[in-house]
Design a protein around this ligand. Structure first.
Ligand SMILES: Nc1nc2c(c(=O)[nH]1)N[C@H]1C(S)=C(S)[C@@H](COP(=O)(O)O)O[C@H]1N2
Ligand SMILES: [Mo]
Length: 430
């Protein structure tokens, strides 16, 4: 027994010495490598609501409105763009979902105080609390949301979109995709009873500017949601907390955030945004109002503008495809500046009016080339090149640049040029 005891004592003594050594060594190294430093770092990371690793720095870029000063290292912008070049999969994390609010900070809304009024051409005008809305059967659906200005080589920020240095965030950062949870608007409209004369709904937001948008009743009764959930939790304030309209596949402007009123009417309202900044100017000087559906579109997110390839060899070309026309049916990639196109692999569930992730195996030989992608949707519409888009609008391709306007949406194919040194740059031309 004795030798054993002394052995144990010896062990404890040595152990204590080792522990002392370890502590001594630790204090000589950087604080954040030590167990103590580690727990200090954790103290700032709230476990109650998790944060991403401090090594992950991907962020939205932009400004609340064009009148705000440009953020350091960035141009003036109209809203915050999603860093789509860093995205994986098909869902956009809520904190990175693009934001457009026409210069208004999100109003600070207490959900217990918030109400939605439905009135106008209805049998029973009603006011709903958030709790009332949550009593109706809910649905959860993946849908993209895209501003009609996404990547337009026109308007106040058009110049940044055509610069060789443009990233996918500059060119395509005004689209995002979330899992939205809410009540179908049709359920609520049936509940209040729609009068036969009602042809449009007018949604109104709660911010100072009272964003209003006219939406045809057919769409309102089809797949529109009153959404209160985003990616498994409540909507973010930037996305319209506590409720917003979610109008699948249609221009972002329809998706009224901080929703507080819906009025059923006979005629559209011609609200400030829908009648001034969002119509498209045609070459004949007239403008197109109420363009609704977003066309088929893709963007290669990796490799994309501003990224760098690390020498020749195998790479997976990765990107996103979507269409307001419904399901994306096929996605093609060209690695030789559009001479040949081959089918890409679809890598995520294909939901209608949602982002779809695609992949394409590519062996880069180290030479300069141009990468492009395009898709075709279930109604048979194929994403056009700049030349095809110009032909469709009966203008010359340089019309967009010369006039600073687009007669419709800009969903042209995005070319990325890969240089022999592996650098990647925007190669759009008109
Ligand atoms: N209340 C309100 N809703 C709004 C807007 C707004 O300025 N106010 N902007 C619209 C526009 S133009 C777009 S593109 C989308 C953007 O939605 P997001 O900020 O959630 O990405 O919200 C729409 N809904
Ligand atoms: Mo928008």
């Amino acid at each position: 027994m004795k030798p054993k005891d002394s052995g144990r004592r010896r062990f404890l003594k040595n152990g204590a010495a080792l522990a002392g050594l370890a502590i001594g060594a630790a204090s000589a190294t950087r604080a954040d490598d030590t167990p103590a430093g580690n727990s200090a770092a954790r103290a700032t990371d709230t476990h109650s609501y998790g944060q991403r690793s401090r090594y992950e720095t991907s962020a939205r870029l932009g400004a609340m409105g064009l009148y705000d000063p440009a953020p350091a290292g960035y141009h003036r912008d109209f809203g915050y763009r999603n860093p789509i070049q860093d995205s994986v999969g098909y869902i956009t994390p809520a904190p990175l979902h693009f934001v457009i609010a026409h210069g208004y900070e999100p109003p600070d809304i207490d959900p217990a105080e918030h109400h939605l009024l439905i009135h106008g051409l209805v049998d029973t005008p009603l006011i709903f609390s958030l709790d009332d809305l949550k009593r109706f059967p809910s649905v959860t659906r993946a849908h993209f949301l895209e501003c009609n200005a996404n990547g337009a080589p026109a308007g106040p920020t058009g110049q940044y979109r055509i610069a060789p240095t443009a990233t996918a965030q500059d060119t395509h950062g005004f689209t995002s995709c979330s899992l939205w949870t809410g009540v179908p608007l049709s359920t609520i409209l049936k509940h209040v009873g729609v009068k036969a004369e009602a042809k449009w709904i007018i949604g109104e937001g709660s911010e100072k500017g009272k964003h209003t948008k006219s939406i045809p009743i057919e769409k309102a009764m089809d797949d529109v949601l009153i959404a209160y959930g985003q990616n498994g939790e409540a909507l973010r304030p930037q996305q319209g907390y506590p409720i917003r309209l979610l109008v699948p596949g249609w221009e972002g402007i329809n998706n009224v955030k901080w929703l507080r009123k819906i009025k059923l009417v006979e005629e559209p309202y011609m609200g400030m945004w829908e009648s001034t900044k969002y119509p498209s100017l045609r070459p004949d000087g007239l403008s197109r109002w109420f363009q609704f559906q977003m066309g088929p579109r893709t963007v290669i997110t990796r490799p994309s503008g501003g990224q760098k390839l690390n020498g020749p060899g195998f790479y997976e070309i990765s990107g996103l495809a979507w269409s307001g026309g419904g399901l994306v049916r096929s996605i093609e990639v060209s690695t030789d500046n559009g001479k040949t196109w081959r089918e890409a692999e679809i890598q995520s569930p294909v939901y209608p009016k949602a982002h779809v992730r695609f992949g394409f195996g590519w062996d880069w030989n180290g030479e300069e080339t141009i990468l492009q992608s395009r898709c075709t949707d279930e109604v048979g519409e194929r994403q056009p090149s700049v030349v095809e888009l110009a032909k469709f609008w009966k203008v010359e391709p340089d019309f967009f640049i010369k006039t600073g306007t687009i007669p419709g949406h800009f969903n042209a194919i995005q070319p990325w040029k890969v240089n022999p040194d592996g650098s990647v740059q925007n190669a759009i031309s008109f």
